[in-house]
Design a protein around this ligand. Structure first.
Ligand SMILES: Nc1ncnc2c1ncn2[C@@H]1O[C@H](COP(=O)(O)OP(=O)(O)OP(=O)(O)O)[C@@H](O)[C@H]1O
Ligand SMILES: [Mg+2]
Length: 539
């Protein structure tokens, strides 16, 4: 149990003749014959209770002691019989006013003082612990060692009430005094051998070091301390199991660090160790992310340079092949036999397909790279424009097209249009052999508010549903080129565009009956576009 200190003030000129009773060993009474001795005791032992004669060293003791920091409570000794005077002292903060011979009352007063000191001590510990929680929180948000040291050096002083604190880092066989916060300079920036300084002792023994008087301890390098204010200290290792440093706290007076001091400082050191490990980890992570990003950026640049030169070169050469084979066809064909004419046509067809493939590959690359500008989109209108443009560009079957009005989604219009173009062109293409082709664009009414569940449906050739998930891979085609021409890249482009919009895509089909593509897209809850649509549009 920790000792509680009661200071008995005594004026040798006018002794109070107080007979102190026998006290338990956990309570120590210290006598101060003058003001200097009293202040020295107060510095060493806090909080304390005080017993004092009412008139002390020519002063009114109640005025002297009331509100004095470190004094938890005081009892005055007086043989005055004047109640008015006693009330005045009680009003000034005295716990009691007792006569020197009133031993029963004195016992009660001492008991009272004891519980007040205990309470003051518990309160102080609570507020120090609260401060520690605060510090741990601050540390958890720290990202650099410099910030860790700034927080810890201040917190160490506050938590221990010390006159100075140091932050020491182990550098192999040396202790580096990296940072400090003190009433006058200590050793910031200096290095000492791990075997010749107290932080070294704490690191090597992996335990706190308490020194009450540095001049009495042979482990202390006195020359280094002689130029400082330090008289006593507490040093705790950072990361006890394998120390990476130490936190030192120093007092200008002789003082034995209390078990609470040790507990709090060790807790601070443990939190510091964790933070330093995390900062290292964080830095490591950041470094790895930066490296990875740089790698990716480099690879992207290379790919871009590669694909743009490939597409440029290939396109130029293909255009030359297409151009010259057309010229051949026009100028020489009449002189050639049927087989030779067929060769020329094959060259032209292959070159033209290749041109398509290159163009689709370029579109696919762009879909994965282009910036995404999210906005609220009128999906119905976008689908209508897509159908109109497809009709302008290619000979579409005379299909019936139904587009549900008022469909909205949140996305990038360019990317969504790219997806719709490909899905709708497939719908037209694969239903072109039906007698009454029909394409429907609509949405599930049961979808959650923040999602558009779009479908694009046709009544075309369909496919074996077991292959549904493979369709989104490049160059996977389920139909013969002679039945339905294509490069097999359209759905890969669609999937990339939809995924970049934060959506999903899936296919459902029945051979000979038709196909439905289901696309989910984010859509802002409760937002509607000002659209004139009132009924399903028949195009
Ligand atoms: N609406 C559909 N109905 C039936 N089959 C389809 C439909 N959409 C896609 N498919 C099948 O999926 C395959 C892949 O489609 P995708 O759009 O990627 O390529 P494509 O249409 O063959 O060529 P392109 O790259 O020119 O679009 C198609 O070859 C076809 O077999
Ligand atoms: Mg296609």
């Amino acid at each position: 149990m920790q000792t509680l200190h009661i200071i008995h003030l005594e004026d040798p000129e006018a002794p109070s003749a107080l007979a102190l009773p026998q006290l338990p060993p956990s309570v120590q009474v210290l006598t101060a014959p003058d003001m200097a001795a009293f202040h020295s005791l107060l510095q060493h032992h806090q909080p304390v209770g005080v017993i004092s004669p009412a008139a002390l060293w020519g002063h009114d003791a109640a005025t002297l002691l009331g509100g004095l920091p470190g004094v938890a409570g005081f009892v005055l000794v007086s043989d005055t019989s004047k109640a008015a005077q006693a009330h005045q002292w009680l009003d000034a903060g005295a716990l009691d006013v007792i006569g020197p011979q009133d031993s029963t009352r004195l016992r009660v007063a001492l008991h009272h003082l004891r519980s007040i000191i205990e309470k003051a001590r518990a309160d102080a510990l609570l507020s120090r612990r609260a401060r520690l929680v605060d510090v741990v929180q601050q540390l958890s948000m720290t990202r650099s060692l410099a910030d860790v040291m700034a927080i810890v050096r201040r917190a160490a002083r506050e938590l221990s009430g010390a006159d100075g604190a140091t932050f020491v880092l182990r550098d192999r066989e040396q202790c580096y005094y990296a940072d400090e916060d003190a009433i006058s300079p200590l050793w910031k920036g200096q290095r000492f051998s791990i075997r010749e300084c107290i932080s070294g002792v704490a690191m090597l023994t992996r335990a706190p070091v308490i020194i009450e008087d540095i001049y009495e301890d042979p482990r202390v390098p006195h020359a280094a301390y002689a130029v400082t204010f330090v008289r006593s200290l507490l040093m705790v290792p950072i990361r006890a199991e394998s120390p990476i440093g130490a936190i030192g706290t120093y007092w200008a007076i002789e003082r034995h660090a209390t078990p609470e001091d040790v507990e709090l400082m060790q807790a601070l050191a443990n939190a510091t160790a964790l933070t330093i490990e995390n900062v290292g980890f964080q830095k490591d992570l950041e470094r790895r992310v930066i490296e990875r990003t740089e790698d990716l950026a480099r690879t992207n640049q290379e790919l871009e340079a590669f694909s743009s030169s490939v597409s440029h070169d290939l396109r130029n050469r293909l255009n030359a092949i297409l151009g010259f084979s057309s010229l051949l066809d026009m100028q020489v064909s009449p002189k050639l036999d049927a087989a030779q004419q067929d060769y020329i046509h094959t060259i032209r067809d292959c070159a033209s397909q290749m041109k398509h493939t290159i163009s689709d590959l370029m579109t696919l690359a762009r879909a994965g790279r282009q910036e995404v500008d999210m906005e609220l989109i009128d999906v119905s209108e976008l689908a209508r424009q897509s159908v109109a443009d497809l009709r302008k560009g290619t000979a579409l079957p005379d299909a019936e097209v139904l587009i549900e009005p008022g469909l909205t989604a949140y996305g990038d219009p360019g990317l969504l249009r790219l997806a719709l173009d490909n899905l709708l062109s497939n719908a037209f293409k694969y239903s072109s052999k039906q007698s009454r082709p029909r394409v429907v664009v609509g949405a599930q009414s049961s979808a959650p508010d923040d999602q558009l569940q779009l479908f694009i449906q046709d009544n075309g050739a369909g496919f074996d549903p077991r292959h549904a998930s493979r369709l989104f891979q490049p160059f996977v085609r389920l139909h013969e080129e002679t039945d339905f021409p294509g490069t097999g890249l359209g759905l890969t482009i669609v999937r990339r565009a939809i995924e970049r919009l934060g959506g999903t895509i899936a296919a459902e089909s029945q051979p000979g009956i038709g196909t439905t593509f289901h696309v989910t897209l984010p859509c802002q809850r409760g937002v509607t576009l000002d659209t004139a649509d009132t009924a399903t549009t028949l195009l």
